[in-house]
Design a binder for this molecule. Structure first.
Ligand code: C5P
Length: 225
């Protein structure tokens, strides 16, 4: 693989949605194409990092030269992420389903029997929060994403504190022409301990490239812990 500022750095990236099965034909999921996460994994690889990509189901090509672990559910994503530790940096781009059906059946639920009007759910593990709050093996730099439709900055800053991660990449996913979901471009606010930076709208590959450079700079500096 390429050598660069991230050579010898291990980095975990989660990407894509999770699918939480209800019966053989149905699942609960979030909207996520996986594009931004895959672009970040590829950009980190290009700077020499040893990248593990844990991805939920997507319909786009996997980036080459990266250890890729394909998962379906949030619990599988949690287990695969823990298995990738220790790492220098973890970037949680995945759109993890907050809830899963607490029953899963091998038989298709029949609507004629009213089976879909009351789906019991259980809370999924929060991978970002768990990794951010690890007592041992906490990555030096943990980065979360915040997709919001309102008060983007306010909710994203609250999320950074609540989860215990170091940086948050926030974006506005209000429906409309500039909504990044599924598209090729993104406009983000990078929230770090030093404040907020509004980046102009740019292709997802360029967001990824610039984030990878910033991660390289952060991991090159002295450890704060
Ligand atoms: O709480 P919310 O889903 O808005 O937080 C988004 C951030 O948390 C993203 O970085 C996402 O990957 C991460 N997350 C996670 N596990 C969950 C829920 C969210 O890692 N169960």
């Amino acid at each position: 693989s390429a050598s660069g500022p991230l050579t010898n750095k291990k980095i975990l990236v989660t990407a894509g949605p999770t699918h939480e099965p209800l019966d053989p034909v149905r699942y609960i999921a979030n909207r996520s194409s996986g594009k931004q996460g895959y672009a970040i994994a590829a950009a980190l690889r290009n700077l020499g990092a040893d990248v593990t990509l844990v991805t939920g189901p997507t319909s786009i090509a996997l980036p080459a030269g990266i250890n890729t672990v394909r998962v379906e559910t949030a619990r599988e994503m949690m287990a695969a992420s823990e298995a990738a530790l220790p790492v220098d940096c973890a970037i949680m781009c995945a759109a993890v389903a907050d809830y899963r059906p607490s029953i899963e059946t091998d038989h298709k639920i029949k609507k004629e029997r009213g089976g879909l009007t009351n789906i019991p759910v259980a809370e999924n593990p929060d991978i970002l929060k768990t990794v951010s709050q690890l007592q041992t093996n906490r990555p030096r730099l943990v980065i979360g994403f915040a997709a919001e439709t309102d008060d983007v900055l306010c909710y994203a800053e609250a999320k950074r504190k609540r989860k215990g991660c170091d940086w948050i990449v926030a974006n506005d996913v209000s429906p409309g022409a500039d909504c990044p979901m599924g598209g090729e471009r993104n406009e983000i606010i990078l929230i770090t301990d030093k404040g907020d930076e509004n980046w102009p709208q740019m292709p997802k590959d360029e967001v990824a490239r610039r984030l990878a450079v910033r991660i390289g700079e952060a991991l090159a500096g002295p450890s704060l812990v």
